[in-house]
Ligand binder design. Structure first.
Ligand SMILES: Cc1cc2nc3c(=O)[nH]c(=O)nc-3n(C[C@H](O)[C@H](O)[C@H](O)COP(=O)(O)O)c2cc1C
Length: 215
């Protein structure tokens, strides 16, 4: 038996619930931005991914608050055009989720939670010092398909990583070489997170020869 749902006939909240539990795991962008008075804002966003390398495109889906006002991250990116995507490992999950609490705009989540920051090289917002990787981004454009969210398309212009994460001889990223040796935390649905554990190689095969083909 197959269940076929008409997503267009569904309430958006139910659509959200079902689709965000089907499209898993999702990476988490732990985004730092600068507020109008220079306060450092941090919040996690799992409507996030990388969409190419030339230019290097990152996309964020920033929902507005229930009252329709933009979240701090959204307002800060609208104003400054800059943001940093910090990458959290499982050891940082509690802190990362902690920054999703509804702190007032003039409160710095890193400061409130005792998270150290460090300057970025290519953009003004700082990175989170304990995150093993941080992608420095500049907004290219923002898409608005409805009044409820901004889809920010940014260009990754800098990458800061913990010592040892990138093996610069082979240009390989070695998650096993830093911290607990963990890969980034993966978001599942609601309040569930996962640790990437079993990693198996699977090469793309050549297209099989058709019958009668000699070479
Ligand atoms: C793991 C995680 C992922 C989240 N992903 C999103 C997201 O993709 N889009 C969104 O609008 N809010 C998302 N949120 C909620 C925001 O983090 C939350 O609304 C936060 O308070 C926004 O903070 P800000 O106003 O400082 O930007 C997520 C929360 C968590 C815990």
């Amino acid at each position: 038996m197959t269940l076929s749902l008409d997503l267009n006939a569904m309430e958006p909240q139910l659509r959200y619930k079902l689709l965000t539990a089907v499209v898993i795991p999702r990476p988490v962008a732990w985004v730092t931005t600068l507020g109008p008075t220079g306060v450092v804002n941090a919040a996690p966003y799992s409507f996030f991914n990388l969409f190419g390398q030339d230019p290097a495109i990152v996309v964020l889906g920033l929902e507005h608050r229930p009252d329709g006002s933009p979240k701090d991250t959204t307002a800060n990116i609208r104003r400054t055009g800059e943001f940093v995507v910090n990458i959290a490992t499982p050891a940082l999950t509690e802190s990362m989720v902690g920054t999703a609490a509804a702190y007032a705009s003039d409160v710095s989540e890193p400061e409130a939670l005792g998270l150290a920051t460090a300057p970025s090289a290519h953009v003004a917002p700082p990175r989170l010092a304990d995150a093993p990787a941080a992608i420095e981004c500049r907004r290219l454009t923002t898409l608005q398909f409805s009044p409820e969210r901004d889809i920010v398309i940014g260009q990754a212009v800098g990458l800061a990583t913990a010592d040892g994460l990138i093996d610069t001889d082979a240009w390989r990223v070695r998650w096993d070489a830093v911290g607990d040796g963990d890969y980034p935390v993966a978001r599942l649905f609601a309040d569930r997170y996962a640790r990437l554990d079993e990693i198996a190689p699977m090469a793309i095969p050549a297209v099989p020869k058709t019958k009668g083909e000699t070479r």
